[in-house]
Ligand binder design. Structure first.
Ligand code: ATP
Ligand code: MG
Length: 276
């Protein structure tokens, strides 16, 4: 079977997500293309299964939320996608052809998967603008020395990103002086200047004010379409504002998938997560 044919094959145990536009025929809707495809991913740590036959398919341009109790395997799933953790078994494809299980972490980043960790890793003594400039120059596709001048296009891209992350007025301030939320946005901007196809965001609004949380939701909604986003979050007001399809992980597999309203009404989800 060709890689494409395998990808069209619907993984067992998936409900097809029929409420949100997928045909209920048991096949993936390929009209948008698949950005990320995980099938039967299993990861064990000393015999404990952190991921257990996990299936997940993310469309091009989709904004997907992943929720679930502590220890469900959400971060481990991101570790598998980014090559930090190798699965014991299962398939992981980026697009239809890139086999993530065969690439190094650096190759995966280069292929267009950007990941934001919880703790921002910005350069505090540099200005906001310089942080974006350094991130752009660290991108191997750009291949510039740190001392090279930026082209007009690159300056424009940084200016656009500054507006997107609402830091255009802070461009010349040292990043260390930003609020916690602004630092998180700057780190997202540092990913965006590298123009990733897929962005993975693990608890991006932890520690943010309510206002910052809602602004972050607006930012993510505006990024969808151009990028695919996979967002892990516990904050349900934020998940609701994002408005995308929600996948509930529990004990390393998908427990439920669909609109937020549908998973919130799912008795199994209430028992293991929302009802706590
Ligand atoms: N490197 C590791 N070695 C051993 N066990 C691990 C390792 N990484 C994760 N685990 C275990 O795997 C399980 C899943 O962890 P993971 O961090 O993926 O959960 P999570 O869904 O991200 O939880 P949280 O909501 O608390 O962030 C947990 O029981 C965790 O203790
Ligand atoms: Mg986690």
């Amino acid at each position: 079977m060709s890689a494409t044919a395998e990808l069209i094959h619907r993984p067992e145990g998936s409900d097809g997500g029929s409420q949100l536009g997928h045909p209920a025929t048991g096949e993936l809707d390929l009209s948008h293309g698949v950005a990320l495809y995980l099938e039967n991913i299993t990861v064990s740590f000393d015999g404990f299964r952190a991921l257990n036959k996990l299936n997940l398919a993310i469309d091009d341009g989709e904004l997907r939320c992943i929720i679930g109790p502590n220890g469900a395997g959400k971060t481990t799933m991101m570790d598998v996608i980014t090559g930090k953790t190798r699965p014991d078994r299962g398939k992981a494809f980026f697009g239809q052809t890139i086999d993530l299980t065969r690439l190094t972490e650096a190759e995966i980043a280069h292929a267009g998967i950007g990941r934001k960790f919880q703790k921002p890793t910005i350069f505090e003594q540099h200005t906001v603008f310089e942080n974006l400039e350094l991130a752009m120059k660290a991108d191997k596709r750009v291949w510039k020395t740190l001392f090279a001048w930026l082209s007009g296009d690159e300056r424009d891209r940084i200016a656009d990103t500054l507006r997107q992350i609402r830091l255009d007025r802070e461009a010349d301030r040292p990043a260390g002086l930003l609020s916690h939320g602004q630092k998180q946005w700057l780190e997202i901007g540092m990913l965006l200047v590298q123009e990733p196809k897929l962005l993975l965001l693990d608890e991006p609004v932890a520690g943010m004010t309510d206002d910052e949380t809602m602004r972050t939701a607006e930012l993510f909604v505006s990024l969808a379409g151009k990028h695919s986003l996979v967002v892990v979050e516990h904050d349900m007001a934020f998940v609701e504002k994002l408005g995308g399809k929600v996948t509930v992980l529990h004990e390393g597999s998908v427990l439920a998938e669909g609109s937020l309203a549908s998973v919130q009404n799912d008795q199994r989800v209430i028992e293991v997560y929302l009802g706590r």
